[in-house]
Design a protein around this ligand. Structure first.
Ligand SMILES: [Zn+2]
Length: 221
């Protein structure tokens, strides 16, 4: 038996091994590139959006706090309670967006803002309604859809919570704006998702995030 003949199976074996090695490296590189590209698109856009969302909620929470102080001055106690509950809901939104941003390696720094309120409570209710309605018109469902399309169910859920809570903001502002006299309505705010309730009609569990109502922040006197 010649040396060549003996070595043929060995060469074939080495050749197959080489082929396998090249194939697996190609597959690994492809998967890696695709994942990075996908992650880049998905996370970077999301982080940018989440930081904007946190900053906007931060500014609006400060505005609502100032409106609450003015409502105290105007002796509109029920409206002051509503503004404080709205401010709290915005702070929850700020926190959950900032937390999500950090999870995806984003960095959120709250903007520095000075809010000066010179208008009476009636006008502040109208301003708030205009802001909330515009926000829903412009953005409701869009961020959630983007997150769903990108396969990011976690962010989609947060965006759906925020859209839902913002819709409640409008409901309560319309109610308080339609009342002639201030009344004794109290408000509950879910600490996990920011959803709001009139405390007399409160759900036992938050229908958005299943937090028990005993944990809600209550705004009453
Ligand atoms: Zn909730």
């Amino acid at each position: 038996m010649s040396f060549r003949r003996v070595m043929r199976p060995v060469y074939t074996f080495i050749f197959i091994l080489l082929l396998l090695a090249v194939a697996s490296i190609t597959v690994a590189v492809n998967i890696d590139t695709r994942m990075h590209r996908y992650d880049g698109d998905r996370w970077e856009t999301a982080v940018e959006y989440l930081n904007e969302c946190s900053a906007a909620a931060h500014v609006q929470s400060i505005r609502y706090e100032s409106y609450a102080e003015r409502a105290d001055t105007d002796k509109a106690r029920g409206t002051a309670r509503l503004f404080r509950a709205l401010a709290h809901s915005e702070r929850v939104h700020e926190r959950i967006c900032a937390h999500a941003s950090r999870l995806f390696n984003g960095e959120y720094t709250p903007p520095t803002v000075m809010v000066k309120v010179n208008t009476p409570t009636r006008a502040n209710i109208e301003k708030s309604l205009a802001y909330e309605r515009r926000r829903l018109d412009v953005s409701a469902g869009l961020a959630a859809k983007r997150a769903i399309d990108a396969g990011n169910r976690y962010i989609a859920r947060l965006m759906i919570w925020i859209d839902g809570s913002n819709r409640r903001h409008i409901e309560f502002l319309e109610k308080v704006g339609g009342r002639n006299s201030d009344d004794d309505v109290k408000y509950g705010v879910c600490p996990n998702c920011g959803n709001m309730y009139e405390s007399r009609n409160c759900d036992v569990y938050c229908p958005f995030c299943q937090t028990h109502s005993s944990e809600f922040a209550v705004f009453g006197d």
